[in-house]
Structures are given as structure tokens and as C-alpha cells.
Ligand binder design. Sequence first.
Ligand code: GLP
Length: 241
Amino acid sequence: MKIIEVKDYNEMSLKAAEYIIEKVINNPKIKLGLATGGTPVGTYKNLIADHRKNGTSYQHVTTFNLDEYIGLSGDNKNSYRYFMNEQLFNHINIHDSKTFIPRGIVKDMQAECLYYDDLIEKHGGIDLQLLGIGQNGHIGFNEPGTSFRSNTHVVQLAPSTIQANARFFNNIEEVPTKAITMGIASILRSKEILLLVSGESKNDAMFKLLNGELTESFPASALKKHPYVTIIADKAAVAGL
Ligand code: GLP
């Protein structure tokens, strides 16, 4: 794992955007894996700014998001589909038909899980997967204890994850308790991974990622098994490590 240390959230966001833009320019048909949460918002802002200023094109780019809440439709403002449209897709020249996010409101969720991994495979796999990390080490919505062999699956969210994500909702009761997420194995199949980590609240997770062992009780440790991981972390996230 290669670590790039930056000053703060803004520098992380700029570096991450530059990293992604270079990949898009070199491979206009790139398959990007995208993430939600507060961490990538600044990166998406920079991608939009660059698209407007320099015209970087997403016309032939395909995206796959990591996860979605179960029970929220795409027009619910807390769904990850809504988030991605608002934060990125509506502001760049990407085709709606090329942005994929697991669907959280289909009748047969098991079929949706199989369909999603299959869809990624049919597109030749993800070239670059962008990731954030939860305070408990979750990636996507793979909570501690998730098998490293897991493909896309339905999960029960940990109380700490529901608590951490409640800030986006009116109150904690509104936060869905289940989600559909790419599994650890699905994530590790990406050819390359870019992990963004910012802020003091992620300090402990960074410590465990860098110094801890490979264990399913800390999902992000699975990244140690991947040959091509870059971490962009700010000072607060790595302070004292
Ligand atoms: C959510 C998402 C993850 C994300 C994590 C951290 O649970 N499913 O993909 O990495 O939160 O979020 P944040 O970036 O807001 O700290």
C-alpha cells in the first residue's frame, strides 16, 4: 500500500481528483468504482470544476457504486443514487445509462446481488475503485465480521454505522438498518484501489489499517491483500502513527 500524506481535506480532495482525472484521460472508457459518504464530496467537486474548466470528458466512462440503502428509492434524497446524481453525475457529461448503483428497492434482493457482480464482470471489471473507510474499518457497507470472500450482499448495518450516518437524516429513526453492498471479494477484484482518509475520527482506523493484522473483524485490512492500493490521508488521520 502506498501512502500519500497531505495537509488537510481540501488537499486530499484535490490530489484524489487529479489522480482520477489522469486515469480518465489515459483511458476514456475507464470503469470507475465510486463511493459515497462525506469523504469523496470534495473530490467530486474538483472533478466537476475540472470538467467545466478543462473539459475532461466522461462520455465513455462507466461507474459502479459500492452500496445503497435498502428501502430508499433513487428520488429519496438520502439514497446513494440521489447523492451521486447531486454530487457528481448531474454536473458532468456522463450517460445515465452508464452509472450503476445497486438498487435498494427491488423485490428480490438476492437476485439483485448476483446481478450486480455479474454486471461488473460483464463490463470487464472495475479499473479504479474509490473508497472511504468507516470508523470501525468498514469499506462499502462491509461491517466487521464480513467474510473476505463475500460478493455483493445484503447487510444489517452496525449501530455505530447507523449513528455515524444519522447526520444526513432528520433523525436516527429514519436511517435504514439494512443495505446492499459490494462484498470484500467484489472490491478486491478491482484492478486498482484509491482509499481516501480524512480527519481525526479516522485516526484509529488508520492505525489499525497500517499496524494491525489481516482480520475479518477489521474489514479494511483486506486491502493488504491487494497488489495496487494507494491511500491519500490527511495529517489528522495519520497524526501520531
Ligand atoms: C458509509 C459508506 C462508506 C463510507 C463510510 C464513511 O457507511 N457506506 O462507503 O466510506 O460511510 O463515511 P464518511 O466518508 O462520511 O466518513
